[in-house]
Each structure stands twice: as structure tokens, then as C-alpha cells.
Design a protein around this ligand. Structure first.
Ligand SMILES: [Zn+2]
Length: 437
């Protein structure tokens, strides 16, 4: 290390390192002992989650000491061995976020050893596991709980829902691919009744024809919490994964009238649906009509846009339409419904917007944030995006080597007001792969 570098106060270095990515910080750390000490400062690793694979057996004490110096509170673990989990619990007892990327009964049984656990994700079990209220030491401390692709014995699924109902301080619940056998809407009702603080709910809702067409559905009655208070009032965000149009009944949203965000990830595109069971009705139409406070709407695949577009409430300011074959007419109809749109993610892949990209500034003049593909868009149409006076952030989904020249031209046209990125923003460590699109 050259002497002048040492003369800068450590706070200044700390500030400079704060602008670096995790990979760059690790490179700086490897350059000398002085930087190694500075880079391991806890303030530089606040939102960082370490991935532990235990591939070469146990980690040494120096490794754990480094993580403690960085005050690491989030881990992703790719081991199902009890001895690895025991070592983790002893070495990092202060963990608050644990993502169990592969799970087994043995690893689940070790969760009790993390007394500060607030955010927990359990994924990918190779055999069925049992989960109950004793799985974590302080069930009421959990604020985020996620289960994805975890197998439970069929008789125990009801027990899982019952265990979740004891996590009474949950604000976020994700429940994907768990082989739920109950009527989905009754399950939603049960969850909402017991979790009065729940703000975000994400479910995979596999369609079972018999549920809604052959079997009479009991009336779940008005929503009441465990203490008689009205439930579901806090719920502001609902995500439906692997959805089919009839996965929830058409009046389902009346249970959640305060929703501000609805994301529906359909299992099929409407072209694929047409080959199966063409449906004369589209429940999404009714769902949207029942959501007067909706501000964020995400639709991925699903029914033809013209079936529901006129039901999109004018309160929507953030819209994602990832609809294969989306036409310029669909785009114009969506624009007519959303006069105050600020955020737009539009993607007709595997088809392309092409020259229709030039319509975006005319249809959505107030946009601040735009996400799209640039392939097959003629240069003059792409550059017409500079007409969006308020656009501050553009994310291009398909990066290519020659793109930097085009981005440079667009930024020059906006007087370098526009920030352009070709790499998506970092996802939360708790997010699963189900909604990649
Ligand atoms: Zn998932």
C-alpha cells in the first residue's frame, strides 16, 4: 500500500467502498491488509446475503469470524445436513434471515437454533417434510415466511396452514407448489382471518375443475380475525402464480377490497389456452372491477387483453403486460384505461413491439419508468422514446454488444437526464424463481 492512501481517514474509504458492488469490494479486499480490514466493516454489507453451499465440508473459524465482522444477518444455505446447520447456528447465532434453498426434515429441525429469526424461506424438499408451530423457536417473531416446492404428506397440509396461522405477526406470506388440497378460496379466507398484519400474499393456484364446477362451495362468511376484528384490511398486495382463469372464483377479490397491487402469472398464454378449454368468461374482468384502489397491475400471459382491458381501473399507475403477441391495439386500449401511468413494463415476447415502440410516448406521456426489449425495434423508433419528458429510468431487457452506442444516442437526446440499465435490479434474497419472466 502506498503511503498517500493510508493518509485518507478510514471514513472516506468507507464512503468510497460504499459505491462498489459486492464483487468489486472483494477485489479491493484482496489487494492489501489495510483494505481487507476496512472492507469488512459491517456498514458495507448491510443488505448482503451470503450463499453457503458447504461443498467442501465445513468452513473454518476464520471464515465465520469474517462474516461476524461484517455483521451478516442473511444467509442462503444449500445443504440439508444437520451438522452443517448446527455449525451455522453456532457460528452466526444473530441471523435474522434464513433461506433454506434445499430442505429436509433434518435441516428443518435445526431451525429452532436461530432465536432471532424474522424472515424464513423453505424451498425444494426432495422428500416430504413435517412443519408445525414448533419448527421455529419464536413463531410470533416471524414477519416473512415463504414455502416453495416443498412436499408435505397429504394428510399434513392442513396442519401446515394451521401452523402458519400461529405466525400472527407475518406481513408477507408466500405459499407455492405445496400440493394444497383445500379449496383455494377457503384457504385464503383462513389465512386472512388469522394473520391480521399480512400485507403481501403470494399463492400458486392450480386449477381443479371439479372444485368450482361440480362441488357446491360453502359460503365462507364475512372475514373476522381471531378476536372478531375485520380481517384482510391490511392486505395490499396479492400475487397468483401458475394461475388459470378459474383458479379463484369471480368474486374472490371482494375478500380483499383494499388491494393496491395485483400480480397474476398465468400458467398458459391465451394461444395455449385456446387449444385446451376455451372459456366464454374471463374472471380477471370481475377481479379488476372489484379493486377500486388498485395502483399496480402485473399480468403475465393469460387471456386475450381485449377480454379484460376495459376493466383496468384508472387508478393504476404501474402496469406490467408480458403477453405473447400483444398488439398495438391492445397497447392503445390499455393506455386509454390508465391516463396517469408512471411505470410501464411491456413485453410481447416471443413477438416484438417493433415500430410500435414509437407510439409509447404518445400513449403514455407521463411515464417515469419504462422496461422493454429493443431487438427488432428500428433505431428511429427507439430514439423516439426521448419524447417522454418525465422518463428518468429505462431498463432494456435484451442486452447486446452494439447497444451502448444506441443508448448513448438516446441519452444525448435527453440531455443525459435518462438513466439506462441493461441489468435488472437486485432481487430480494427471499424471492423464488416462480415469477421469473
Ligand atoms: Zn415460488
Amino acid at each position: 500500500m502506498a503511503q498517500p492512501a493510508l493518509q485518507l481517514p478510514s471514513e472516506v474509504w468507507n464512503h468510497v467502498f460504499g459505491y462498489l458492488s459486492a464483487a468489486d469490494k472483494l477485489n479491493v479486499r484482496a489487494s492489501c491488509k489495510y483494505f481487507k480490514k476496512l472492507v469488512d466493516h459491517g456498514s458495507l454489507w448491510k443488505d448482503w446475503a451470503v450463499v453457503l453451499s458447504f461443498q467442501n465440508g465445513s468452513y473454518n473459524s476464520q471464515f465465520w469470524a469474517t462474516l461476524r465482522r461484517r455483521k451478516v444477518t442473511s444467509v442462503v444455505v444449500r445443504s440439508t445436513k444437520a451438522k452443517d446447520w448446527k455449525q451455522l447456528a453456532q457460528s452466526l447465532p444473530a441471523l435474522t434471515t434464513v433461506v433454506m434453498d434445499q430442505s429436509s426434515q433434518k435441516s428443518l429441525d435445526c431451525l429452532k437454533d436461530f432465536p432471532h429469526l424474522k424472515r424464513l424461506a423453505i424451498r425444494n424438499s426432495c422428500t416430504s417434510v413435517l412443519l408445525d408451530t414448533s419448527t421455529v423457536s419464536k413463531p410470533q417473531q416471524l414477519t416473512h415466511f415463504s414455502i416453495c416446492d416443498v412436499a408435505f404428506p397429504s394428510r399434513a397440509v392442513g396442519g401446515v396452514i394451521s401452523a402458519v396461522s400461529h405466525f400472527t405477526n407475518l406481513t408477507s406470506l408466500v405459499c407455492h407448489q405445496v400440493g394444497v388440497l383445500e379449496d383455494t378460496i377457503l384457504m385464503v379466507h383462513s389465512i386472512l382471518s388469522h394473520l391480521p398484519k399480512l400485507k403481501h400474499l403470494s399463492l400458486s393456484v392450480v386449477h381443479r375443475l371439479c372444485t368450482f364446477h361440480s362441488v357446491p362451495r360453502p359460503n365462507p362468511g364475512p372475514l373476522r380475525g381471531a378476536h372478531g376484528q375485520a380481517g384482510a384490511l391490511a392486505l395490499s398486495s396479492l400475487e397468483l402464480i401458475d394461475c388459470m382463469d378459474h383458479s379463484l372464483p369471480e368474486d374472490a377479490m371482494r375478500l380483499m377490497p383494499g388491494l393496491k397491487s395485483l400480480a397474476v402469472f398465468y400458467r398458459h398464454s391465451h394461444q395455449e389456452m385456446a387449444d385446451r378449454l376455451p372459456s366464454p368468461v374471463c374472471h380477471l374482468t370481475t377481479w379488476l372491477r372489484d379493486l377500486p384502489q388498485l395502483s399496480t397491475l402485473v399480468i403475465v400471459k393469460g387471456p386475450p387483453v381485449n377480454k379484460y382491458v376495459t376493466s383496468i381501473p384508472a387508478t393504476v399507475t404501474s402496469l406490467t403486460l408480458c403477453i405473447p403477441g400483444l398488439s398495438s391495439e391492445d397497447m392503445a386500449a390499455a393506455a386509454a384505461q390508465t391516463p396517469n401511468l408512471l411505470h410501464l413494463h411491456i413485453d410481447p415476447w416471443p413477438s416484438h413491439l417493433g415500430a410500435h415502440t414509437a407510439q409509447i410516448p404518445l400513449l403514455f406521456p407521463k411515464l417515469k419508468h419504462l422496461k422493454l426489449r429493443h431487438e427488432h425495434v428500428p433505431e428511429k423508433d427507439f430514439l423516439s422514446l426521448h419524447q417522454l419528458q418525465d422518463l428518468g429510468y429505462l431498463e432494456i431487457l435484451d442486452s447486446q454488444p452494439h447497444l451502448s452506442e444506441l443508448i448513448g444516442k438516446l441519452q444525448a437526446l435527453t440531455n443525459y437526464r435518462l438513466e439506462v440499465t441493461t441489468s435488472p435490479r437486485q432481487r430480494d434474497v427471499l424471492s423464488c424463481q416462480c415469477k421469473l419472466y
